[in-house]
Design a binder for this molecule. Structure first.
Ligand SMILES: C[S@@+](CC[C@H](N)C(=O)[O-])C[C@H]1O[C@@H](n2cnc3c(N)ncnc32)[C@H](O)[C@@H]1O
Length: 279
């Protein structure tokens, strides 16, 4: 039942098309931390709540073996269909019941996923499966960002924010953890050696259709769509129209967002890296 519910919360196709991998900046925060904590050898990394696998791929070059896990069968199916790396495999399972032996994992990551987990149970699993000097990195991007295009950046950002605010009414209460920048998630980490990193900025060039697709991939948009399909579709049509009019262009493939900061477009990877060392 849980799998079914979560499968309806996300649109795996939108994920595959419109979500992006962790930025170079975020990756560098994570890998420098591993170096600092001397996590070596780097045999096994597990990306929990991996969705359709974009985040899992970035681990492939750094570990002998990488396993992406997700509770959603649809997401794992999409991850398996995507081009990947020979050392990456996927598995359907809840974050709270990881199929790994005690003390066998070097790094656990959860990119924009930990707010969905039952944190006390997940943390118990993390504690069980990590090697003594293993690390865990929990991160998220916020919904607070700006769009940039010629001289209408401010107006585009306002339009984005207005649509985001309308969608927030349909968000699950767990999304509040993201809005609060994972503060509570960080506090719920029981290990003494932990570190919170905020304000990791990123810039991602995107087309207008990419931004609209990103909205479609949000669980809050999927909730709106289930509740009132016509109104949900109309909101995004109007949003796209407003973007195009503001920019003075006709094509939604226009690279609207030359410099976006914050999560989404140029996403501000507010990935609150609760990276910590176990010992
Ligand atoms: C917002 S998506 C993030 C996907 C991916 N990590 C990324 O960065 O694009 C959150 C993912 O967490 C998964 N998820 C939610 N609750 C979960 C749980 N209890 N155990 C495992 N996965 C879960 C969802 O199915 C979804 O694929």
């Amino acid at each position: 039942m849980a799998v079914h519910l979560l499968d309806t919360q996300y649109d795996a196709d939108s994920y595959q098309k419109y979500r992006f991998p962790p930025s170079e900046n975020l990756q560098s925060v994570i890998f420098s931390y591993l170096e600092e904590k001397k996590v070596d050898p780097v045999r096994l990394a597990v990306d929990v709540g991996c969705g359709s696998g974009q985040s899992t791929h970035v681990l492939a070059a750094h570990f002998e073996k990488v396993v992406g896990t997700d509770i959603s069968e649809a997401q794992i199916e999409a991850a398996k269909q995507a081009a990947s790396f020979p050392n990456v495999t996927y598995h359907v399972c809840p974050a709270e019941e990881l199929p790994f032996e005690d003390g066998s994992v070097d790094l656990i990551t959860a990119f924009t996923a930990a707010h969905w987990f039952d944190m006390p149970r997940f943390m118990k699993e993390v504690d069980r499966v990590l090697k003594p000097h293993g690390c865990v990195a929990l991160s998220t991007y916020t919904t607070d960002f700006s769009m940039h295009y010629k001289d209408c950046s401010e107006r585009l950002t306002e339009i984005f924010t207005e649509t985001r605010d309308l969608l927030l009414k349909y968000s699950d209460e767990k999304v509040n953890l993201v809005i609060a920048e994972y503060k509570e998630v960080f506090e719920s980490v029981p290990f003494p050696d932990k570190k919170r990193v905020t304000q990791i900025l990123d810039k991602i060039p995107m087309s207008v259709s990419g931004v609209i697709g990103l909205f479609q991939s949000f669980s809050m948009y999927q909730a709106f769509l289930r509740s009132d399909p016509e109104a949900a579709k109309s909101l995004l049509q109007k949003t796209e129209q407003r973007f195009l009019e503001t920019m003075g262009v006709c094509s939604n493939e226009t690279q609207a967002l030359e410099e976006i900061k914050d999560p989404l477009a140029h996403r501000r990877l507010q990935r609150l890296d609760h990276i910590w060392n176990m010992q």
